[in-house]
Design a binder for this molecule. Structure first.
Ligand code: ADP
Ligand code: MG
Length: 392
């Protein structure tokens, strides 16, 4: 697949409308994490350097088609100005006049798109209203690309369209991991439940060479093989599904890696007494809360022979010590191989990003996607409407 980028567009003297994700956390009127704002900087600067005028549009929170004062982007505008070092003007509804009055180095930020019901409805009329503001449309919000909304899908049909720098970076990282990856490819899928990741597992077994299944969802697979998992988190009703996934993997030549030893405890709290036992030796009154060192050693061996890693979901209940051990060790092993240029490593998912940060491994990964839902849908092999709209 190929996407147009800023380099393919003539931006000189053009009004460029950019869909961004600046849905940043805010407390008492102050943005507490500027990451999402700082990540749109290259797109803004490159458009300005090419002679274009930047108009930003975004959503904030979930106002559900109504004006909700606390969710106005007027509160975010000063932080965008500060972070990007450019003057930012805010336009609440008279978009057209505001656009006419723009001066060259000024950035115009439009009001929260989701104040208008037309945004989430992918309404062609609302898209048309947005399109009349610009000559070129740029999508730089991968994290919103799994939704077909007026600002991510309908508008792309009305103006020449391309990917912004952040979208470009995200798409190339994801292509490198699952599109045309260097093999062998290892996927690590963990987390709480199989039920939330069925499509993901189904897609991956047909695409990767080794699939590590960890976290609570591994218990469902162990139980499906007739193993007693005691009081562990387990979806017994998904035993058939788990067996189907195992069969599909076998047919596809994908090695499924389940825990080879387990860490069990009777309480789910920090520092709870725990022991490492064989996968089929979970006491009836205990829970499996992490994979053990033999599992980690095996995963390290697989990673050492792999060229590509894609990771979603922790291997254990990483929020609570000592059940973060397997996740931390596997993450650090992947980080080390990546740093040594032996592995391409891509990870995403809310808890996964938190776990990799906590392990001190995130900085050495090739790419960490912060786009929760969009990253998962992409890993599931689904077409993202906002990305499909940019296909050449
Ligand atoms: P992500 O947000 O990265 O997609 P998930 O939300 O699927 O990840 O999974 C993260 C959650 O899974 C964490 O809250 C973690 O505590 C939980 N988890 C992992 N292993 C276990 C386990 N063995 N038992 C219970 N919960 C687990
Ligand atoms: Mg989660």
């Amino acid at each position: 697949m190929a996407w147009k980028t800023l380099d393919d567009m003539d931006l000189n003297g053009k009004r460029v409308l950019v869909r961004v994700d600046i849905n940043v956390p805010m407390e008492n009127g102050v943005v507490t994490d500027m990451t999402r704002i700082s990540r749109i900087a290259d797109t803004v600067y490159d458009i300005q350097d090419a002679g274009g005028k930047v108009i930003l549009m975004a959503h904030y929170g979930r106002p559900k088609g109504k004006v909700v004062e606390e969710m106005s982007l007027i509160h975010i505008a000063p932080f965008v100005a500060e972070e990007l070092g450019v003057p930012v003007t805010f336009a609440d509804s008279d978009y057209r006049d505001a656009v006419k009055e723009m001066v060259d180095d000024e950035v115009l930020l439009l009001e929260n798109l989701r104040f208008n019901p037309g945004e989430e409805a992918n309404d062609p009329e609302f898209a048309k209203r947005l399109a009349t503001l610009c000559d070129v449309y740029v999508n730089d919000a991968f994290s919103a690309a799994h939704r077909a909304h007026a600002s991510t899908e309908a508008i792309s049909k009305l103006r020449p369209s391309c990917a912004g720098r952040l979208m470009e970076e995200e798409l190339s990282a994801l292509e490198a991991a699952l599109g045309k990856p260097k093999r062998p490819v290892v996927a690590v899928v963990g987390g709480a439940k199989v039920s939330t990741k069925l499509d993901l597992l189904g897609n991956l077994v047909g695409k990767v060479d080794h699939l590590v299944i960890g976290g609570g969802m591994a218990n469902t697979f162990l139980a499906a093989q007739g193993i007693n998992v005691g009081k562990s988190l387990c979806e017994h009703d998904l035993a058939d599904t788990a067996r189907e996934i195992l069969a599909k993997a076998e047919a596809a030549g994908c090695e499924i890696i389940l825990p080879r030893d387990i860490v069990v405890a009777r309480e789910f709290k920090a520092g709870a007494a725990s022991e490492t036992v064989a996968p089929d030796a979970c006491p009836a009154d205990a829970m499996i809360l992490d994979a053990g060192p033999a599992t980690v050693a095996y995963i390290e061996g697989v990673l050492a022979n792999a060229k590509t890693l894609i990771w979603n979901g922790p291997l254990g209940a990483f929020e609570i010590e000592p059940f973060d051990a397997a996740t931390n060790a596997a993450a650090l092993a992947a980080a080390k191989l990546t740093k040594a240029k032996k592995l391409i490593s891509v990870a995403g998912g809310g808890d996964t990003v938190a776990a990799l940060n906590q392990a001190g491994a995130a900085a050495d990964f090739t790419y960490i996607s912060t786009a929760g839902g969009a990253f998962l849908e992409w890993m599931e092999g689904k077409e993202l409407p906002g990305v499909a709209a940019l296909n050449t």
